[in-house]
Design a protein around this ligand. Structure first.
Ligand SMILES: Nc1ncnc2c1ncn2[C@@H]1O[C@H](COP(=O)(O)OP(=O)(O)OP(=O)(O)O)[C@@H](O)[C@H]1O
Length: 220
């Protein structure tokens, strides 16, 4: 198992988001995290990624936190640095090859080679998102957390994203993924965890998951 959650609950103040969620993710599996708007998907992902604490319950990782990667709504890109400089900074932090060739290869994989030397602050949302993805994938994490990484991506970049997710799975990494296109991405997942009614609505094989189609706001 890469990660294990046991009876994880989360309150914001006195507001309960979800209670007693338990799951396990084996290596080489892509898990789709689903639920209605406001069900707590991003909150759960942040707890799994160690960015937020559960109110009660346990999260255990079987790998070092440095072996995980996270792509969230904020891109954490340095606006004054070029795409190459952004990646080089990240690569340096992780002890990776910082040569220009390596940076250009990473940017080429997400279709950003032409913009390699432009200031990242001038990038469109989709370009910034692709730079974030290049950064997350370049460390080859064993466990990757993705919060709607496809938002703002064009068709070609979406294909790149799907290829990278598949590549991560093939090398035995785990992926926990909140997708904005659940019905389209079910076929790319091995497992589904659904948050429903502030609890677990489903946890099992993606092939057996029946989407509810519910988009109603949870609770409030
Ligand atoms: N930092 C916070 N402080 C207080 N309440 C929060 C905080 N973050 C999220 N919430 C609330 O917790 C609930 C769950 O939010 P979360 O973003 O995790 O849901 P989600 O399923 O990812 O939603 P969406 O599909 O809309 O992105 C929502 O009611 C949200 O308003």
């Amino acid at each position: 198992m890469l990660i294990r959650l046991a009876d994880v609950s989360k309150f914001y103040g006195s507001k309960l988001v979800f209670k007693k969620l338990s799951l396990e993710l084996p290596a080489g599996n892509v898990l789709l995290l689903v639920g209605a708007n406001g069900a707590g998907k991003s909150t759960l992902l942040r707890i799994m990624a160690g960015l937020s604490r559960p109110s009660t319950g346990e999260v255990s990782l079987d790998i070092g936190p440095e072996k995980t990667g996270y792509v969230g709504h904020q891109t954490f890109i340095y606006a004054k640095l070029s795409a190459v400089e952004n990646l080089r900074f990240w690569a340096g932090l992780h002890g990776l090859d910082t040569s220009e060739k390596a940076m250009l290869e990473a940017l080429d994989r997400v279709g950003l080679k032409k913009a390699a030397f432009e200031e990242a602050g001038s990038f469109s949302r989709g370009m910034a998102q692709r730079l974030s993805l290049a950064r997350a994938f370049m460390t080859r994490p064993d466990l990757l957390f993705l919060d709607e990484p496809g938002t703002g991506l064009d068709k070609r970049s979406t294909a790149v994203l799907h290829r990278e997710i598949e590549g991560a799975r093939e090398r035995g990494a785990g992926v926990v993924w909140i997708s904005h296109d659940v019905s389209g991405d079910l076929k790319r997942a091995d497992l589904v965890f659904a948050i429903a009614g502030k609890g677990c609505g489903y946890f099992g094989p993606a092939a057996d998951y029946v989407p509810t189609g519910a988009v109603a706001e949870e609770g409030a």
